[in-house]
Design a protein around this ligand. Structure first.
Ligand code: ATP
Length: 246
């Protein structure tokens, strides 16, 4: 049974470590809501504040809201990239993340080596890891680039590799940022079937998106964030109404 359970969660990003006093005063004066001073007298962005929700088995959740609302930060927090400054986060089930293409990969290793390493990390045998790498190579279509260190990849190549890798295994909890759906059109046509299967097979899907067509197609629930807080949480129809874009 997969579960994401969040209570009173807060994430902050320090912006200024040094003592730029007059600048601090000006920033705080012009933006009193989202920027604040922490106990070490640094200016921080309150990226997420007072978040409480629970996502259980079978739920397909869209995170919606304007630029800077906190959608990607929330995905990364659930993925374990950021440590909350307050509150609790409980995740049960293996996470597959389509958020940052090169996350968790070693830039000095080749595409193939990265896949095998990830497979070993997930408890597969080396033979299974090698078989998985062949499968990923076939789908990613990187040709000879699969055999070079990934620091030499273009942004699109990194997306192809991480997409192929993430969709070759079925995670219990799938986290996805919508820009992962914006690869070149030939690749995305090929990717769609594979992605649909992954979305269906995962026990929990959480996707951050501005595209209400995606929300209506894939999701059963929507959480609207604004200014790092939850404004609404309910069924897609309740939260979106007649909306098509945010
Ligand atoms: N690494 C960081 N350092 C400092 N501030 C950050 C960092 N990442 C995000 N923020 C801030 O946190 C807030 C939430 O950003 P986030 O990227 O989560 O928003 P979003 O809803 O995903 O926006 P978008 O729709 O534009 O992708 C914003 O105010 C942003 O400036």
């Amino acid at each position: 049974m997969a579960l994401v359970d969040v209570a009173d969660l807060a994430i902050e990003f320090p912006l200024y470590h040094h003592n730029a006093r007059s600048l601090k005063q000006r920033i705080l004066a012009s933006s009193p809501l989202r920027l604040k001073k922490d106990e070490d007298n640094r200016i921080v962005v309150a990226a997420l504040r007072d978040l409480t929700f629970r996502i259980g088995n079978g739920e397909r959740v869209a995170l919606v809201g304007p630029n800077g609302a906190g959608k990607t930060t929330l995905l990364r927090t659930i993925a374990g990239v950021y440590e909350p400054v307050a509150g609790t986060l409980r995740v049960e089930g293996e996470i597959g993340s389509l958020i940052d293409p090169a996350a968790g990969m070693d830039p000095l290793l080749t595409g193939r080596e990265n896949v095998v390493l990830r497979a070993l990390y997930r408890g597969l045998t080396e033979a299974d890891g090698r078989a998985l790498a062949d499968e990923v190579a076939g789908f990613a279509g990187l040709g000879e680039f699969f055999e070079v260190p990934i620091r030499g990849y273009s942004a699109g190549m990194s997306v192809r590799l991480s997409f192929a890798m993430a969709t070759a295994m079925t995670p219990a909890i799938l986290l996805m940022d919508e820009w992962f759906l914006a690869g070149d059109s030939d690749f995305m046509k090929k990717a769609e079937t594979r992605l649909s299967k992954l979305v269906t097979d995962a026990e929990i899907l959480i996707i951050a998106t501005h595209d209400m067509t995606i929300v209506r197609k894939w999701c059963t629930r929507a959480i609207r964030l604004e200014g790092g807080r939850i404004l609404a949480d309910g069924t897609v129809d309740e939260v979106l109404g007649a909306e098509t874009v945010t």
